[in-house]
Write a new protein. Structure first.
Lengths: 562, 300
């Protein structure tokens, strides 16, 4: 199959060359009669056309559109959701995601035991677990993979997911040079023991995430950080990689060595890569694509109309849009000004007029329902109090208020219109003049990290279904904080929550922390919680369900035959 | 010969300028939405790409590698080198450009000839109308329009993707029609001018048949302006295809033209700039040489 793809490429290339040749031959002929290049040109180009016509790419059993070309599909390096989706077809963790609800279920480990204090996990690997190349997947390889992930030289951005394991943080931060001191050990070929720093109620979900997937040690030792290009690539998931053509497609084939291969019904899957939403939609409408798995590749301006169709599926998603305030400079140094702005925003206006997909307006940072948690209501819309707060801060009716800029990244109609809406609400309720400052993505990121803004659009997508994934962004030393706000009380509350073994009490402490974050100090104020969307005709594609994690594992996905 | 020798110098100037200009832009390849896990992780990443070295050193290293034909690793696509990315995508763009070139010449020249011969007649007006539309309707309108009519409504051709000749039809037409229109206009004007000239009258006076006059004495001379336009046209076809590639999701170089800048993939950006500078130089040289061969008066 790889060969056929390569051939295809080469044929198309030749066709072009031959066409050129043919035309030029024609030209020469008319210029310098007597040359018989023309005949040759005709023969060659006809051959090329016939050949390309004879071997069109066979349609795979399932065709997915996955959005832009992934930066990498190396499970230890990747950060993007679309990248992770491809990796999840090829690699599996000790646990895997349940397709119906996104919770953890047995993966490479058939079962596990958790100590009563929630600090020690014993995972029992399936003796039949194998790489697609036939070698067994053993406990030592799991531990070796995790040690590699936390070693700073690996440069894994998601190494922070290992902070919950004993010594994980110290190794990632470079305080502990010896990665073998990570709290994970192989007791025998099929048993992994993990020591956690804190009882971590979401650890089983973490173990299903990409960065926790064991990787093939031999391939890595042979090819270093380019091991993912190994041919054949040893895979542990339901599919193995057949070919990878940049900006075109990944072709996968069912992995017969997969421990649960009996459940996998699609023999071949194509994962298309492209970044034009209209094209993706055309392909879907034309039946060439069975599933569009990323909301970003569904045309935003058609979102509300498409969501009403039976083959588009809408669901509450683990993501939040918010505004960051720069707490290091005027006027947002003053918490009263931040609170005033937060209270002058009628968020339902944004969700009703602009996003229009049934997003939930929210002044908090954690989406409601994350890990069974309910965030504080935050500072709700109250223009009178907002005006009073602004006057207290020394700007009655907005008098003397400096000119401020609202920064956002370009590329979406929604961000721009939200900016305009914020501009008009603040003028209306507080008498504040706001300039809009649209920035291209990388400049926006650089300016945000450098705290070179007044207030700025922000968003976050949770890595696991627990409020901690949102709240730890705003720890004093977090690289994701980007507001200049530091509060030792907040840091202590999160520490206390992490150490708390009782789940309900833990959520209570987190709620206290979030109240401090979005009601009292307000370095950040929420706008709305995200809504996910995917496209799949339920008469054609089965085995996928909407869930908050937006996890749609490949092992259950199947094409329904008419 | 002097022009051939100039090419490497030009490439060096282009490489140097773009290297330093790119670095002056705010934001870098390692600015991401998610902060790195720790400073050590960030440092390790930067060290891998020699980002921790002074700029002049990075520049020296880059030039040295380029001399050896190595355009470096892509800073965005972590499992691909720039050579690898160009190697995978350039042939596709060349194929698309080549086929569109075929459409431009194959449709443009006969249309131009026809219009000139039937000057003032219905064929001329029809050709003029067609070329006007061809020149005026931008690719990003024509492409989706063809997709809508021939792809979604009539279902004659696939709406996107790349792999079989059916896939190639709509993008080739989209890209080729504009240039076919240009070629037709050049050809028509060239023909009309030549038809008036004295050597055509001489040819007719010799008693040659009208077909022979047109084929032997008019078309070849009228082709001269078209040929001098082929160099820039080929360049436009090969570099200007990014809209078409985006609309039809074709795995060519088009995607990298804009995206490699937006993602600050400096090495990929530089690779594209260098590759296309070289291509433009070669194509211009090629069309000049061709012109000289067709019309010995040129350059003498």
């Amino acid at each position: 199959m790889i060969h056929s793809l390569v051939q295809q490429n080469a044929l198309v290339r030749k066709t072009g060359v031959f066409c050129c040749l043919h035309w030029w031959a024609g030209l020469f002929e008319s210029l310098r009669p007597g040359l018989s290049v023309r005949a040759l040109g005709v023969v060659l180009s006809v051959c090329a056309w016939v050949l390309t016509g004879c071997s069109p790419l066979e349609r795979a059993d399932l065709v997915l559109h996955n959005g832009p070309e992934p930066e990498t599909i190396d499970p230890q390096i990747l950060t993007g959701q679309a990248d992770g989706r491809i990796a999840s077809a090829l690699f599996e963790g000790l646990t895997r995601f349940n397709p119906t609800n996104g919770m953890a279920m047995p993966g490479l480990a058939s079962h596990w035991e958790i100590s009563s204090d929630g600090l020690t996990y014993l995972f029992f690997l399936r003796p039949e677990a194998r790489w697609s190349t036939g070698e067994p997947i053993e406990a030592m390889e799991v531990v070796w993979s995790w040690r590699r992930a936390v070693t700073p030289a690996t440069a894994a951005d998601y190494a922070s997911q290992f902070f919950c394991i004993r010594n994980g943080r110290a190794i990632v931060n470079g305080e502990l040079r010896d990665a073998s001191r990570l709290g994970a050990e192989a007791l025998d070929a099929h048993t992994v023991r993990v020591h956690l720093e804190n009882p971590t109620p979401y650890f089983l979900e973490l173990a299903a995430s990409r960065v926790f997937s064991p990787i093939p040690r031999r391939a890595v030792e042979r090819l270093g950080d380019q091991w993912i290009r190994a041919e054949p690539l040893p895979c542990s998931g339901p599919y193995q990689l057949l070919s990878w053509r940049v900006n075109d497609r990944f072709r996968l084939r069912r992995n017969p060595q997969y421990w649960d291969a009996a459940q996998v019904t699609a023999e071949r899957i194509d994962i298309l890569c492209g970044d034009n939403p209209s094209t993706a939609l055309n392909l879907f409408l034309n039946g060439e694509v069975d599933l569009i798995s990323d909301r970003k590749i569904i045309p935003g301006e058609l979102g509300p109309e498409l969501a009403a169709r039976p083959d588009f599926h809408r669901f509450d998603y683990l993501g939040q849009d918010f505004i960051r305030f720069n707490t290091t400079r005027k006027p947002f140094q003053d918490a009263r000004v931040r609170r005033a702005v937060a209270m002058a925003l009628d968020r339902s206006r944004i969700t009703a007029r602009i996003t229009r997909m049934g997003e939930r307006p929210s002044a908090a940072v954690t989406p409601a329902g994350t890990g069974g948690y309910h965030p504080p209501a935050g500072l709700s819309y109250d223009p009178a109090t907002a005006r009073r707060l602004l006057a207290e801060a020394g700007y009655p009716e907005g008098r003397g208020f400096p000119a401020i800029e609202y920064t956002f990244n370009v590329g979406s109609r929604i961000y721009e219109q939200t900016g305009v809406e914020i501009q008009s609400m603040l003028r209306e309720h507080l008498g504040i003049r706001v300039e809009l400052r649209p920035l291209e993505w990388k400049t926006y990121l650089a300016e945000m990290s450098a705290l070179n803004y007044d207030f700025i659009r922000g968003s976050w997508v949770g890595d696991y279904d627990d409020p901690m994934t949102f709240l730890d962004c705003f720890l004093s030393d977090s690289g994701n904080n980007r507001t200049g706000w530091k509060d030792v009380r907040y840091d202590r509350l999160l520490q206390a929550a992490a150490a708390e073994a009782d789940p309900q009490r833990r959520l209570g402490i987190l709620r206290e922390a979030e109240t401090l974050l979005v009601v009292e100090a307000v370095p950040v104020t929420g706008l709305y919680s995200h809504v996910g969307l995917y496209a799949a005709d339920p008469r054609k594609v089965g085995g996928i369900w909407p869930n908050r994690m937006d996890e749609h594992p490949f092992f259950s996905m199947r094409r329904i035959r008419p | 010969m002097a022009r051939v020798a100039l090419i490497p110098v030009l490439l060096w100037v282009v490489a140097t300028l773009s290297f330093f200009l790119l670095r002056a832009v705010p934001g870098g390849p390692f600015d991401r939405e998610r902060a790195p896990a720790s400073r050590e992780v960030e440092a390790a990443l930067k060290a891998r790409y020699h980002w921790d070295e002074p700029l002049w050193r990075q520049y020296g290293r880059y030039l040295g590698n380029v001399m050896h034909g190595d355009l470096g690793p892509s800073l965005k696509y972590r499992n691909h080198s720039v050579n690898d990315l160009l190697g995978q995508t350039v042939p596709v763009s060349l194929a698309l450009g080549g086929m569109a070139f075929g459409v431009a010449i194959g449709l443009g020249i006969p249309l131009g000839v026809l219009a000139a011969l039937k000057r003032g007649g219905w064929a001329d007006y029809a050709a003029a109308g067609l070329t006007l539309v061809g020149v005026c309707v931008p690719v990003f309108v024509l492409g989706p329009l063809l997709v809508l009519v021939l792809g979604l409504w009539l279902e004659w051709f696939p709406v996107a993707l790349w792999g079989s000749w059916q896939n190639a039809v709509l993008p080739t037409l989209t890209l080729g029609l504009y240039f076919a229109a240009r070629v037709a206009r050049w050809m028509r004007e060239g023909m009309i001018e030549v038809l008036r000239s004295s050597h055509v009258q001489t040819a007719r006076a010799k008693g040659l048949s009208e077909t022979a006059v047109i084929l032997r004495h008019v078309v070849p001379v009228a082709l001269v302006p078209v040929i001098s336009y082929t160099g820039p046209m080929l360049a436009d076809l090969l570099t200007g295809s990014f809209v078409v590639e985006n609309v039809f999701q074709i795995p060519g170089t088009g995607a990298f033209f804009i995206n490699s800048f937006f993602s600050r993939d400096y090495t990929m950006m530089m690779g594209m700039v260098l590759f296309y500078s070289l291509l433009l130089q070669v194509l211009n040289l090629f069309s000049d040489l061709l012109l000289r061969w067709v019309d010995p008066r040129v350059g003498s």
